[in-house]
Design a protein around this ligand. Structure first.
Ligand code: OSB
Ligand code: MG
Length: 382
């Protein structure tokens, strides 16, 4: 695999409605797109969009990493597997490079697929397995949540996700009950507390919510190490999301001190192993080492599901995430791509075909590569 040219573009998109983040509403989305082209004119895109308040890196830092990586990739001859990417010095320094690594890896895999006239997930799925089920993210005020829950049920979504951890636990419980009533017994109900509670409060909530048949609750506890006790006391399953970030930090610290051996002795490992699901947002957390740790050492052969999730990327990133889900995730596990609803307008010539509870992977892949460069500003090379 040889890269003939690489280019980096920036976008700033107005959001139709502000993204509710803990530190306040986010009203525009900024990010970077990487375009890789091979000597015969095939080209592919990848996206790096650190999310303020969630990413370790900011956009300027991300841009520097991306430029380093793109510079190193041009005119080298690499084997088409992506082992070569892990060796790039841009990602070897002890810093926060998740978003940039995701952009490079996904652009690379897309380009390899295009040159081989295949799909990025072809070797990991049987032919014809082209559908991915989606999760509906319920957000906003009570009335919005109610109408979104009804729509999700009508459109056949297999799972919905509701944020909890409001000021008053009674409000959370009322909402959970309302949503369960609206979606009926057969739709999976996922909750996300974003580490809002002490163990004591998490247990109170868990015991009260048990009767609503919760698929899992993401990060009920402020302290990741409390998660196994939460499960033991309430019987309610938990999922790890933010805790993966701590794991990533530990891995990086270990990588900075080579020779200390395997990852299995890290204290957060039992927390991950006790989880019902691992929420993976490659934009926020992604390194070659983390991939190895999560998916080869810790999770090998386990029944836990891996839930690929988005972080308000454009159609380029969302399409890549769909491909990652097709490649890595447990088949049939609904994927968290619903943040795409916030991204209007998009950088694509046409929006991804994403109406309803499932998507057709080849159509998403094709649309995700049709970028409208008029909506972008070139930042490298100038
Ligand atoms: O709290 O899980 C979160 C997106 C960006 C940052 C944090 C989160 C999210 C999502 C993604 O909720 C959507 C999903 O997981 O379905
Ligand atoms: Mg979460």
């Amino acid at each position: 695999m040889k890269i003939h040219t690489a280019a980096i573009y920036q976008y700033t998109l107005p959001l139709e409605c502000p993204i509710p983040l803990r530190q306040g509403p986010l009203t525009t989305r900024d990010g970077l797109l990487l375009r890789l082209e091979d000597p015969s004119g095939h080209f592919a895109w990848g996206e790096a969009a650190p999310l303020p308040g969630f990413s370790r890196e900011d956009l300027a830092q991300c841009r520097r990493t991306l430029i380093d990586a793109a510079t190193a990739l041009v005119d080298r001859d690499d084997s088409p597997d992506d082992g070569a990417l892990a060796e790039l010095s841009a990602f070897r320094s002890n810093g926060a490079h998740s978003a940039a690594y995701f952009a490079v890896e996904s652009a690379w895999r897309n380009l390899v697929a295009l040159t081989q006239d295949a799909m990025p997930w072809s070797r990991h799925r049987s032919p014809g397995q082209d559908t991915l089920h989606l999760n509906a993210l319920l957000a906003g005020e009570v009335d919005d949540i109610a109408s979104q829950a009804q729509r999700a049920k009508a459109e056949g979504f297999r799972a919905v996700k509701l944020k909890v951890g409001r000021e008053r636990m009674a409000d959370d419980l009322r909402l959970v009950e309302m949503v369960r009533d609206l979606i009926g017994p057969d739709t999976a109900l996922r909750l996300d507390a974003n580490q809002a509670w002490s163990l004591e409060d998490a247990v109170l909530f868990g015991k009260a919510a048990r009767k609503f048949n919760i698929a899992y609750i993401e990060e009920p506890c402020q302290a990741p190490f409390d998660l196994p006790s939460f499960h033991a006391t309430t019987g309610v399953d938990y999922a790890v999301d933010e805790s993966i970030q701590s794991l990533h930090d530990l891995v990086q610290r270990k990588a900075a001190r080579p020779g200390e051996g395997v990852f299995r002795d890290l204290p957060v490992v039992p927390v991950v192993q006790g989880a019902k699901a691992i929420i993976w947002k490659p934009t926020l957390v992604h390194t070659p080492d983390l991939g190895q740790l999560l998916f080869e050492e810790i999770d090998a052969g386990q029944a836990r599901s891996l839930v690929l999730s988005a972080s308000f990327e454009t159609g380029v990133g969302i399409a890549a995430l769909a491909g990652y889900a097709a490649r890595f995730a447990t088949p049939d596990t609904p994927v968290g791509l619903d943040t795409y609803r916030w991204i209007t307008p998009d950088v694509l010539k046409e929006r991804l075909p994403m109406a309803g509870g499932s998507i057709h992977l080849p159509a998403i892949f094709a649309a995700g590569q049709q970028v409208d460069t008029d909506r972008l500003t070139k930042v490298w090379p100038l």
